[in-house]
Design a protein around this ligand. Structure first.
Ligand SMILES: *Cc1c(COP(=O)(O)O)cnc(C)c1O
Length: 344
């Protein structure tokens, strides 16, 4: 398939989505300026739109979700401060330790419950008293969706209220918060209620090529701009990218329901194949457990059909706007044929 990469069906992640014709037109037509001077009308429009959409005073466009989360941690916490975070959280586990390395911020990881939350009692127990032996506990960081699971509105209200009552700030890694809101049938404002800051990925299921948004109060965003500059995230004529992000927020949120329906379809179809144990997806992510001995052969069979996955005995499949129901049926057929004919 080399040289024909555009034909792959790729279920490794929803980051693989490519801008379609209408999004590319919006990018092409975008007026631009120097955003470090605050002069890019398309970036300003995106930031204003996002602040309104998520219900914050201001928003800031950042090159990636990793940088946007890091900026938020750097604003909330100083050297020798600590943030409470789930053991499975992206900010703790998959961002190269940025808060510790670049911010001298100590993470206090806490076990995630099976549905993705951090137990309220565990949060309370990890808030350190004001004693010079301890790092200063400053922030509770949650993630929604987490591994495709949606945290309940009641839980989020209780966890953020607990944090605030103990003097902590709250940050939401909302890389896939639009999936959570669509799944729960609530507004984006309602989905982020209780959080002092939020980071939202435009480049996942929303289908923009690049970029994340962080939202917060005016003073929060003013400080965030300094950190973004320091981290090398100040972009110049970024309006083309911002226009893609704006298009994504305007057109690609409601359609996430299709991705969720496709994930449910995939789970049902794969669940009928003996030898597989398939999770029930809440949004666009499902997990397939299978014998380790099957992985190499199955991966070869998938590749031969132009299908890319992150193969392993605990396989994660992610649906998105570049994976149609017919595409997914092709994947199901390869699985079914493989497990019917192999000894694995
Ligand atoms: C993807 C993701 C991020 C940020 O990823 P980037 O690749 O840096 O944009 C942050 N948090 C979660 C939960 C994510 O899934």
């Amino acid at each position: 398939m080399s040289g024909m990469t555009e034909q792959w069906l790729d279920l490794r992640s929803d980051t693989v989505t490519r801008p379609g014709a209408a999004m590319r037109e919006a990018m092409q037509a975008a007026p631009v300026g120097d955003d470090v001077y605050g002069d890019d009308p398309s970036v300003n429009r995106l930031q204003d739109y996002a602040a309104e959409l998520f219900g914050y005073e201001a928003a800031l466009f950042a090159p990636s979700g990793t940088q946007s989360n890091l900026i938020c941690l750097l604003v909330h916490c100083g050297r020798g401060d600590e943030y409470l975070v789930g053991q499975e959280a992206h900010t703790y586990r998959y961002e190269a330790g940025g808060a510790a390395v670049l911010g001298s911020i100590q993470p206090q990881p806490i076990l995630n419950q099976s549905e993705g939350s951090i137990a309220l009692a565990d949060i309370a127990a990890q808030i350190k008293p004001d004693d010079f032996h301890f790092a200063r506990t400053k922030l509770l960081a949650l993630e929604n969706t987490i591994g495709g699971r949606v945290l309940g509105a009641d839980y989020l209200a209780q966890a953020t209220a607990l944090a605030h009552s103990r003097g902590l700030a709250t940050h939401l890694d909302g890389a896939r918060i639009c999936n959570a809101a669509v799944k729960q049938g609530v507004s984006l404002r309602a989905a982020v209620a209780g959080f002092d800051s939020v980071s939202v990925c435009l480049s996942k299921g929303l289908g923009a090529p690049v970029g994340s948004l962080l939202c917060g109060s005016n003073p929060f965003i003013a400080q965030a701009k300094r950190w973004r500059k320091m981290l090398g995230g100040g972009m110049r004529q970024a309006g083309g990218l911002a226009a893609a992000g704006l298009y994504a927020l305007e057109h690609n949120v409601a359609r996430l329901a299709d991705d969720h329906a496709n994930a449910a379809f995939l789970a049902q179809a794969l669940g009928r194949i003996s030898g597989l144990s398939v999770s029930t997806p809440q949004t666009n992510i499902l997990y397939v457990d299978m014998p380790a001995a099957a992985c190499a052969g199955l991966n070869a069979a998938l590749k031969a059909e132009g299908i890319r996955v992150s193969m392993g005995p605990h396989l994660r499949l992610v649906t998105h706007l570049d994976a149609s129901r017919a595409d997914l049926q092709r994947l199901v057929d390869v699985f079914a044929h493989y497990f019917k004919t192999s000894q694995a």
